[in-house]
Structures are given as C-alpha cells and as structure tokens.
Design a protein around this ligand. Structure first.
Ligand SMILES: Nc1ncnc2c1ncn2[C@@H]1O[C@H](COP(=O)(O)OP(=O)(O)O)[C@@H](O)[C@H]1O
Ligand SMILES: O=C(CO)[C@@H](O)[C@H](O)COP(=O)(O)O
Length: 480
C-alpha cells in the first residue's frame, strides 16, 4: 500500500479515479479543471484468474485508507473488463469472479459461436467473436459446470459495476446496479452498434435470463455517497485509459499491463470477422475497436526471472542485442493466448542455436515477442482503414527502455510515451469531473508527453524481418 501527494484542496475542486485492474487497485486524485494529479495510492490484488470481489474492495480500502479521498467532490471506477460477478437475491457474491484472463470457458466460447451460426453471426449481433475472456462464455461455463451455484444467480455485473455499487452501498446512495456502454460492450450480450442489450444471447448462454445493470450514459451519475460525493458511471479500464489520454485522430494506444491491448477511438463500430478486433464502445459515446492479448508485461518479468536479473538489467541486455535477437524468437503464449485464440497454448522458443543462445538474445526475444503479438493488432486496425499516425505507449511495461526503443520499428510508427501516470485512473477521474460539471463534453485536460521514439534509420528492414518471422512462427507452430 502506497500513498503520495498532498491532502490540501486549497480551493480546487478535486475528483478521483479508481483503476481496479488485474494486479492492483490504483487511485488518483486530480484537479477537476486541469487534470493535474495531486494524490496517488496503490494496493495489490491476488495473482489469480478467479478472485472474490471482496479482495478488490479490501485493496480499495487499503489504498483509500490514508485520507486520499478527503475533500473529493466526485469519483469514478475504471475496472478490468469482462469479469463475471454473480450476485444472489440479497446481492451477495455467489462465487469467485472469473476474470478476463481465465481460459476455462474456451470450450463454451466455441460452442456458443457454433450455436449462433458462426463468427459472422456474433460480429453482426454484438461486434465480437466469443472467446474465453468474454462474460457470456463464463455464464455458459457456470451453467454447465456449477449448476447449483448457477441456480442461485439473480443478477450478473462487471468488476467496475460491483465496485461502484459497493462504494454507494457504504451509505444510502445505492439505487440500482449500473454500468456504462464501454464495459457493457465487453460482455458479449450488449451491442455497441445498436446501443442495447442482447439478452437473448445471455439467455442462450446461461439457460435463463438474469438481471443486468442499467447502462448509464457517459456523463450520467450512478449516485452519491453518504458524504455527498458524486459517483459517476465508471467504465472498463481500456475505455478509461482512452478518456485519460484525450485521443486525437491517428492516435493508437498500446497498453502493456497484465494484458496487452491495442485500441483507438472511432466514430463508428468496426466489424472484424477475424475476431482480432473487438467492436467495443468507448466512454464518450463513440467506439473503441480493441485487440487484446493475455500476455504482455509479465512476459518480461518471466524472461527476467529465467535470466536471474531485474527488469532494468533485462532492458540493458535486450538493447545489447540487435534487432532480431540473432534469429531467436519467443512466442510469448505463457498463459495461453486470447489473440490469436489459443487458450491452451504455451510459450515457444524458436530458432535456438549455440551461437544465438545468449542472455542478450533471450532478453531481446522476450521484448520482440511480446510486441510482435501486439503488432498484429495495429496491423488489424490498418486493415480496417484505421489511420495509425502515432502509438501512445502506456501500462506498466511502457516504463521499459527496451520496449520504448524497439516498439517504433516493429509498429512502423512513431511512439509517444505520455508522462508516467495511471491513465485508467486519470480517465475515470476525468469522467467524474464531466459528470460533476453536467457539461456536454468532458473537461479539456492537456496530455503531458514524457518522451518520443522514432524508428532508428537503417533498421526498418530488420524490424520488418522480425515481424515476418513471428508471423511465420505462429503459422508453423499453431497452424494459423
Ligand atoms: N520498467 C518496467 N519494465 C517492464 N515491466 C514493468 C516495468 N514496470 C512495471 N512493469 C510491469 O507492469 C505490470 C503492471 O502494469 P499495470 O499496467 O499496472 O498492470 P494492470 O493494470 O494490468 O494491473 C507488472 O507486471 C510489472 O512487472
Ligand atoms: O480483457 C481486457 C480487454 O478486453 C483486458 O484489457 C482487461 O480489461 C484487463 O486489463 P489490465 O488489467 O491488463 O489493465
């Protein structure tokens, strides 16, 4: 548990954003007018793919325990997407929440895809192709494997919905379970194109319908706490990050946290029958086409662990090696993989020879392998005629020097690293300021840039060769 910043409001209106993501809860408190971050706190979550929501609440209480929310006028929660939080008639949690990175419902995903008539039918219905991450597949798994628990389920909400409800329940501000367009669009039973639930798909998955949260409009408050603090709708963590970055046309975000995500803001729903790009909604009333990998920052941690070094040394080693890691490739499917849909896959070290078997090349292969997984997402956006002007690099692993130096060549675009901040939390705080203001648009918060990186002259082809090698390795190893 860490706390930083001053607790003096000195006449400014303060708003708070909570990032309740996979590995931790982060809280940021911002100046509602400028977006300046004045306080921060963090507390960890268990490392698991199914977690009781009480653990998220405990982390929130730890992080907020030092008075970080003193004097805050409004708050919103950005949460890890897709998690299945099941509640009984008394709103008690029925079972641990299956998270976005739990792959046990992969079989259910395949069944649901086939039952509706295939990939195109799901893309037409809700803009995405079922994979284990999505809530709808978890409901099918629950109905099939834990029928006694399934029988107790009265309603299903998402992690950010549950946190929002718990915050309101601390007083008498809770009126009904609520969510937002962004997080709803990741369930598999809400359509961003139509702006409505597809409860027929929920019923198909679960065998009966259950209550679902009301979808609030982007700046619609969810309620107020006993102290009068406004609680905004909240949203999914990637939607929150987009709101925190104030995206402009041509901006594509690459987020390197527990998950790896590639996303951009788009004025219309993008339809991708390959399933690589999910047609999510954003937190401003538009769309957030997004590609997600199960493996990202923790690929680097795993490589560092294998080499017995820390992340700073892994960076140094990776930059000692040249582009291509001497021909060594690491397909980083360490937790299975979501995109490509290979839930049972494991990591693959390819091209290993006595001459390239060095710590430098292994470190470089970890960086290149992690990033090449996300290059596929950027190229999938390009294939949909989405402009890729610059890459905004965020998430924990954006701090890696090697990632920053290597990324432009692999993505074939300049990379901008915003000033270090928890952008999911900043985006949630910006939503809170918007809801508090009642204005038509969110407040204009300037994005501070930390550094920018371009492709090193003369390395363009070497990076292109790396991407091609990885594409070939995915094909030869997994038949894709
Ligand atoms: N300098 C760094 N280099 C590489 N990875 C890093 C660095 N700093 C933090 N990380 C990784 O970032 C991850 C946490 O990122 P974060 O975006 O907070 O995750 P999440 O939002 O999914 O909980 C951890 O796995 C951590 O090891
Ligand atoms: O499943 C997705 C997006 O579809 C993930 O991005 C989760 O939303 C978890 O995010 P992080 O904990 O990695 O921030």
């Amino acid at each position: 548990m860490e706390h930083q910043g001053d607790h003096v409001t000195d006449g400014r209106t303060l708003v708070a954003g909570v990032d309740s993501s996979t590995q931790s809860t982060k809280i940021v408190v911002c100046d509602a007018e400028t977006g300046e971050v004045v306080r921060t706190a963090r507390a960890s979550h268990p490392d698991a793919t199914e977690v009781h929501p009480d653990r998220w609440w405990e982390a929130f209480e730890q992080a907020s325990g030092g008075g970080i929310l003193d004097g805050v006028a409004a708050l919103a929660v950005g949460g890890q997407q897709h998690g299945m939080v099941t509640l009984d008639e008394d709103d008690a949690v029925v079972r641990d929440a299956l998270l976005w990175n739990d792959t046990r419902s992969a079989g259910a995903a395949r069944d649901l895809t086939a039952e509706l008539g295939g990939v195109a039918a799901w893309v037409d219905a809700v803009g995405l192709v079922p994979v284990a991450s999505f809530t709808v597949t978890k409901l099918r798994w629950l109905a099939e494997h834990e029928p006694d628990l399934a029988a107790r389920v009265e309603r299903v909400v998402l992690p950010h919905d549950w946190m929002t409800g718990q915050i309101l329940k601390q007083g008498n501000g809770f009126e009904r379970w609520s969510t937002d367009r962004g997080d709803a669009s990741g369930t598999g039973y809400w359509s961003a194109a139509d702006g409505d639930y597809r409860l027929d798909l929920l019923e198909r998955a679960f065998g009966r319908t259950v209550e679902v949260p009301e979808v609030l409009s982007p700046a619609q408050p969810a309620g107020r706490t006993a102290t009068g603090m406004l609680v905004a709708a909240g949203t999914g963590d990637n939607m929150g990050a987009a709101l925190g970055l104030t995206l402009h046309p041509g901006d594509v975000v690459v987020s390197l946290g527990t998950s790896g995500t590639v996303f951009t803001q788009h004025r219309s729903a993008i339809r991708d029958e390959t399933g690589a790009i999910a047609g999510f909604a954003d937190a401003t009333g538009h769309h957030l086409p997004l590609m997600c990998t199960l493996n990202a920052a923790r690929v680097l941690s795993a490589a560092a662990s294998m080499l017995g070094v820390d992340l700073a040394e892994l960076d140094r080693l990776a930059l000692e090696a040249g582009p291509g890691a001497g021909g060594l490739s690491l397909l980083p499917y360490l937790d299975g993989e979501r995109t490509p849909d290979l839930p049972d896959a494991t990591g693959t070290l390819g091209g290993l020879t006595r001459s390239n078997a060095t710590p430098e090349n292994l470190a470089r292969a970890a960086v290149e392998g992690m990033l090449c997984n996300l290059v596929a997402g950027v190229d999938a956006l390009r294939a949909k005629d989405v402009e890729v002007g610059r890459i905004l690099l965020i998430g924990g692993a954006a701090a890696s020097r090697a990632v920053r130096e290597v990324a432009p060549g692999l993505f074939r675009a300049p990379v901008v690293v915003p000033a270090p901040a928890e952008y999911v939390g900043v985006g949630a705080a910006r939503q809170a300021a918007w809801a508090l203001s009642g204005a038509a648009e969110p407040p204009t918060w300037a994005l501070e840039v930390d550094s920018e990186y371009a492709v090193r002259p003369g390395e363009e082809q070497a990076h292109a060769d790396v991407v091609a090698r990885y594409q070939a390795l995915v094909g030869s190893t997994h038949g894709l």
